[in-house]
Design a protein around this ligand. Structure first.
Ligand SMILES: [Fe+2]
Ligand SMILES: [Fe+2]
Length: 187
C-alpha cells in the first residue's frame, strides 16, 4: 500500500526537505541561464529559511526534551543555521552572473550538506528512537502548518524562531486559514 500523507512523520518530512534543497542547489550549478539561476537561488533560500524556522520552533525543542545531550545538540544545530543564514543573506545580494555567486552557492551547499548529515546521522535517529511515533506525526502536522506562515527571508543574527513565536506562534492554524482565505492559495 502506498504511504498515506498521514503516515509521514516529521523526520521523513525534514529529510525530504534536505534532499530537495540540495537538488535545487545542484540545478543552480548546472544551469547557465542567469535568470533561472537567480530564481532557483531565491527558491532554495526561502525553502531553507522556512525549514530552519520550523526546526527551531518544533524539532529542536523536542530534541531538548527527549535527547540526553539535546541541549547541546540544539545549540550546535541553531549555530549552524545562523552560519547558513549569513551565506544566504550574501547570496541574496549577489548577481547570478558574478563569480561570487558560484562561490556562495558552493559554500551554501557544503554547509547544508554538513548540517543535514549531522541531523540525519545523529539527532534524527535518536528522535526516532525516543519519541513516540504518534508524537512524531503530530510534529509533522505542526511543521506543515508552520511552514505556510514561516518567514522566507534570511535574518542572520536574529533568532527568528522567537520572533515568529511572538508574532504567529500561538495562532499558527488561525493565521494559516486567514491567509488562505485572503490569497486563495491552494494547498
Ligand atoms: Fe537544521
Ligand atoms: Fe534540517
Amino acid at each position: 500500500m502506498a504511504q498515506q500523507r498521514t503516515d509521514i512523520d516529521v523526520i521523513d518530512e525534514l529529510v525530504t526537505d534536505h534532499r530537495e534543497a540540495l537538488q535545487l542547489l545542484g540545478r543552480i550549478v548546472s544551469s547557465t541561464d542567469v535568470d533561472e539561476r537567480r530564481e532557483l537561488a531565491d527558491t532554495v533560500i526561502s525553502e531553507v529559511v522556512r525549514h530552519s524556522v520550523v526546526e527551531e520552533m518544533y524539532v529542536y525543542p523536542a530534541m531538548r526534551e527527549y535527547l540526553p545531550d539535546g541541549e547541546q545538540a540544539a545549540k550546535h544545530d541553531t549555530e549552524e543555521h545562523q552560519e547558513l543564514e549569513k551565506v544566504m543573506k550574501q547570496l541574496e545580494g549577489v548577481q547570478a552572473a558574478e563569480p561570487r555567486f558560484d562561490a556562495l552557492i558552493q559554500e551554501m551547499t557544503d554547509k547544508l550538506r554538513h548540517h543535514a548529515h549531522d541531523e540525519e546521522t545523529e539527532q534524527f535517529p535518536q528522535l526516532r528512537e525516543r519519541v513516540p511515533r504518534d508524537e512524531l506525526i503530530k510534529l509533522r502536522e505542526k511543521v506543515d502548518s508552520a511552514k505556510k506562515v514561516a518567514p522566507t527571508r534570511p535574518h542572520p543574527g536574529a533568532p527568528h524562531s522567537e520572533l515568529f513565536h511572538k508574532i504567529v506562534g500561538p495562532g499558527v492554524g488561525m493565521v494559516d486559514r486567514l491567509r488562505d482565505k485572503l490569497t486563495n492559495r491552494p494547498h
